[in-house]
Design a protein around this ligand. Structure first.
Ligand SMILES: NC(=O)c1ccc[n+]([C@@H]2O[C@H](COP(=O)([O-])OP(=O)(O)OC[C@H]3O[C@@H](n4cnc5c(N)ncnc54)[C@H](OP(=O)(O)O)[C@@H]3O)[C@@H](O)[C@H]2O)c1
Length: 239
């Protein structure tokens, strides 16, 4: 069994000392590290047992975050349905308010928090607010993206101590690049798909690397379990 409680133990103290929630990165990938056949297209990789585990994981976190690319591709609900438990607070990274007001996200127990740019388009803002979204504006960083450290600090101020990050590729890469991932729970499906890789190149992780002294992001004391045909791998990231 994935030791979800143990993985999240100490989240409160972590939040107090770091000023941000404990972040669990989780997604399903093929053997060759892909999460979709191509960007923008959904791909069901997890078997039923791993999907149940993902819902257990959702129920154990206070909030769940995805990028707007995933909202547009998968139209996810981000709720807990396959096990008992409360659904986490959905949080979307969406600087241009591309989230459709009719998205499935608006059908859950909690209305989504949409993290967006400083001066959002008033029409889109009013449409999403009417649908129930709470808009949280941030000044974009130099790359035109939402500033993850400030966003996480704000989520901590709103009382979020545990955050599950479910994708997609740009968000996974950005969280790893910024060294903002504390735990990983990965579903590995026994399929070779080709396609969109989960991690799209990590500049910071390669800094100072040499073949003599490789310096990669690594899981400390990883655990493994077979669920149906899938392999689940979990652990804490060393920073
Ligand atoms: N297998 C799995 O477990 C799994 C899980 C989730 C998704 N997916 C797949 O992943 C694909 C979507 O991935 P994606 O890479 O296209 O989109 P994504 O990572 O879901 O969303 C990326 C978008 O989020 C916004 N964003 C704002 N600030 C950001 C920041 N600091 N860092 C990163 N993103 C930020 C950007 O859009 P703006 O510039 O408009 O703000 C960016 O283009 C889909 O094909 C989906 O099916 C697979």
């Amino acid at each position: 069994m994935v030791p979800i409680k143990e993985l999240l133990r100490g989240a409160e103290i972590h939040c107090q000392t770091s000023g941000r929630p404990l972040v669990t990165l989780t997604y399903a990938q093929s053997l060759d590290g892909c999460i979709a056949l191509e960007r923008g297209k959904p791909l069901a990789l997890s078997g039923p047992e791993s999907l149940r585990m993902t819902h257990q994981l959702r129920a154990a976190h206070q909030a769940i975050l995805v990028g707007v690319g995933t909202v547009l591709a998968d139209n996810p609900r981000l709720t807990v349905r396959l096990v008992a438990g409360e659904s986490p607070q959905p949080v979307i990274l969406d600087s241009q308010l591309r989230t459709p007001p009719e998205a499935n996200l608006f059908r859950g127990e909690h209305q989504p928090w949409v993290i967006t740019g400083e001066n959002p388009d008033p029409h889109k803002a009013s449409q999403l607010s009417s649908a129930g979204a709470r808009l949280l504006p941030f000044q974009l960083d130099d790359s035109g993206l939402l500033p993850l450290p400030s966003v996480l600090a704000h989520l901590a101020n709103l009382g979020i101590q545990t955050l599950m990050v479910e994708g997609g590729a740009r968000v996974i890469t950005a969280f790893l690049e910024s060294q903002l991932v504390d735990r990983i729970v990965l579903t590995i499906a026994p399929a070779i798909t080709g396609g969109l890789h989960a991690v799209e190149g990590l500049t910071s992780a390669h800094a100072g690397n040499s073949s003599a002294a490789p310096n990669f992001l690594r899981l400390h004391d990883p655990g493994y379990e077979r669920l149906g045909d899938d392999l689940i791998l979990w652990g804490s990231l060393l920073h």
